[in-house]
Design a protein. Structure first.
Length: 390
């Protein structure tokens, strides 16, 4: 699993404001900046990533702190030790760059993935039925959904047409209706970072990665940065019933974010997110390779419109949140036979990349075989208090 500077960092890393979290054995998690090939201690600005992102002008504060911040470790050394399969736990490694933020996600934000969600529903989670349903529905839905604006009068008209055609779905409701699908992807502190294993449920027979951009939002609802994410999805569980969404999405290590949060500044803004093209590659232990892509330019809801549906008068997040924006990628490439589509195998290596955010790399394993998540909020608060950071 390749974790090196040439692929991990953004193409313009010298100008990027990158913050993350470093696990220091014998000390605990530390908020860091990545600058000049080193990881620099930012705990003087914020004991947690959540606290740091609450600073009124966080990008300016981080940039001002860089010249005097204490170097903790070379990034190249830490990256090499972040591969969980090769890790020496007596040396530092990267964590997910978020901590106390709730991990939220928005689903069905692209027409391409909307079609696949409807297929999952009609297939009742059976991958062998997917191709026939895809063929039957693609003409009907593609013709009706092209260029549709969610929540518009035209969307309401299309809804009525699809109801009359007998193909209306709960996924179409959130895909083209006024209300986006927003759900809690993972508990606070449960996300894993680059190099870590990501988990699939051992009973799942149809699942896939979801390459996404993840916005970092502070408690006032302001988008202050972005990272890469892999929202691992169990298609068979969710396809059997939407009420199994929690089991399909929230499992041990089923959420990867990283390698860093890139802060918004004059050189990197929300418009760069809107233009981002994500590339994804899956390399299997048996030699299987799959390539995929997701273009934020094709998203059906503007990223800041999605943010506004998460936080506001009806819901607050005092520690901020991380928001997966959704993906247009839904793999259909056959892996185990004609018409069976794609599903993960243990040992798959998943790479998600875009030039302005770098690359997130993870290896797939069963959730039950990955080390249990034990360092939660109580452990973090105790650790920070012991270190005099609270």
């Amino acid at each position: 699993m390749s974790l090196d500077l040439s692929c991990t960092l953004p193409d313009d890393a010298a100008d990027a404001l990158l913050i993350g979290r470093l696990w220091q054995p014998g000390i605990g998690p530390t908020v860091v900046a990545c600058h000049g090939g080193m990881l620099l201690d930012l705990s003087g600005l914020g004991a947690t990533a959540s606290q740091l992102l609450e600073l009124p002008h966080v990008a300016s504060a981080v940039r001002a702190a860089l010249p005097t911040a204490t170097p903790l470790a070379p990034l190249a050394t830490v990256l090499a030790n972040s591969d969980e399969a090769l890790r020496d736990e007596s040396h530092p490694w990267l964590l997910a760059p978020c901590d106390l933020q709730v991990v939220k996600a928005s689903g069905v934000t692209f027409v391409a993935s909307l079609l696949e969600r409807v297929i999952e529903e009609q297939a009742r989670g059976d991958a062998s039925r997917a191709q026939a349903i895809r063929t039957a529905l693609s003409g009907i839905l593609d013709d009706n959904l092209a260029g549709i604006v969610p929540g518009s009068n035209e969307a309401a008209r299309v809804k009525q047409v699809l109801i009359e055609q007998g193909v209306w779905s709960q996924y179409l409701e959130v895909g083209i209706g006024p209300d986006a699908e927003i759900f809690t992807k993972a508990p606070v502190l449960s996300a894993v970072g680059t190099g870590a294993q990501v988990g699939i449920h051992a009973e799942s027979k149809w699942n896939n990665p979801e390459p996404e951009v993840v916005l970092a939002i502070n408690s006032s609802g302001a988008a202050v940065g972005a990272a890469l994410g892999n929202d691992v999805n169990l298609r068979d569980f969710e396809g059997r019933s939407a009420l199994l969404l929690g089991k399909a999405k929230d499992n041990n290590a089923s959420c990867a974010i990283g390698p860093f949060i890139r802060l918004f500044d004059a050189g990197f803004t929300i418009d760069d997110v809107r233009r981002a093209d994500l590339a994804m590659r899956v390399d299997g232990p048996e030699g299987f390779t799959m390539h995929g892509a997701s273009s934020l330019a094709k998203i059906s809801r503007d990223p800041l419109d999605i943010v506004a549906q998460v936080i506001g008068p009806n819901h607050q997040y005092p520690d901020g949140f991380m928001l997966f924006l959704g993906t247009m990628f839904a793999p259909t490439q056959d892996r185990h036979g004609p018409g069976l589509g794609f599903t993960h195998e243990v040992g798959d290596v998943v790479r998600v990349a875009t030039p302005r955010l770098g690359m997130l790399v993870n290896r797939v394993n069963h959730c039950s075989s990955i080390a249990p998540w034990t360092f939660g909020i109580t452990a973090l608060m105790g650790n920070l208090a012991q270190r005099g950071l609270l």
